[in-house]
Design a protein around this ligand. Structure first.
Ligand code: ADP
Length: 251
């Protein structure tokens, strides 16, 4: 058995006196798609941010492909470039798109490729063209974010993340800011990437999508993993788990 791509052990994180992550253990295998669900404030986003080096953690370990992230307070001082390179291993797509408004779709995708991956402009342009085509936006390469719909902007966000060839893609409620009619086109892109074997950890409120597209669902509550399992089994187990039951009852 290979080591899982992502291994989290006894991960702890507090903000002041609030314990946000209480001893999280989680593995994600290569090619696995894991959905994280749970009430607001349960620590889902903080978990992703610890994996992506956006947040330091207080204890425990996070390993990606065998390498310890070790982004704890005492070891925070990594060079900006080294940090950017490590972040590129864990591509993150955000709820609010986070595109640079003054750059075109292609330029948004190219930026990390030239600055972090050290590609030439021509190479970066070609890679950007490829990935924008893959998310159905080949014709929008020269458009500014303000000229794109929310769904299109989010597809640029996904293209930007995968163009860096991350080992794992972290998706943080990427459809929450979208009008309902634009959700489908974004989930379709995610589904395509999953089918191609991209390893993903996604926080989502789309329970139906989590059920259909993931191999495992992790239910977080109060900074812990309160339940996890294959979608059908996890949902079936809700009868015996009051917190999970009341959470799912909202959908
Ligand atoms: P979720 O993604 O499940 O909604 P979060 O990880 O965003 O949960 O937040 C978990 C808890 O941590 C919340 O109580 C939130 O208020 C708190 N929190 C998150 N980020 C910070 C921060 N930078 N400073 C202080 N508290 C924070």
């Amino acid at each position: 058995m290979h080591e899982p791509l992502l291994t989290i052990r006894d991960l702890k994180k507090s903000f002041g006196r609030t314990e946000v992550l209480k001893s999280i253990d989680l593995d994600v295998g290569r090619g696995e798609v894991v959905a994280v669900i749970g009430p607001s404030g349960s620590g889902k986003t903080t978990l992703l941010r610890c994996i992506n080096f956006l947040e330091t953690y207080d204890g425990g370990s996070v390993r990606i492909d065998g390498a310890e992230v070790g982004y704890t307070e005492g070891r925070k001082r990594r060079g900006e470039r080294a940090l950017a390179r490590m972040r590129a291993e864990t591509g993150m797509v955000f709820q609010s798109f986070n595109l640079f408004p003054h750059l075109t779709a292609a330029q948004n995708v190219m930026l990390g490729l030239t600055k972090v991956r050290r590609k030439t402009k021509a190479e970066a342009r070609e890679i950007a063209g490829h990935w924008l085509g893959r998310v159905g936006l080949g014709h929008k390469a020269e458009a500014l974010p303000s000229e794109l719909s929310g769904g299109q902007q989010q597809r640029v966000g996904i293209a930007r993340a995968v163009a860096m060839e991350p080992k794992i893609l972290l998706l943080d409620e990427i459809t929450s800011a979208l009008d309902p009619e634009l959700v489908g086109e974004v989930l379709e892109v995610v589904r395509g990437l999953a089918a191609e074997g991209m390893t993903m950890l996604m926080v989502t409120h789309e329970i139906a999508f989590a059920r259909d597209a993931s191999s495992r669902i992790v239910f977080m509550a109060d900074g812990t993993i309160a339940a996890e399992g294959p979608p059908v089994e996890l949902i079936a187990s809700a009868e015996a788990n009051p917190r999970l039951f009341s959470f799912l009852a909202r959908f």
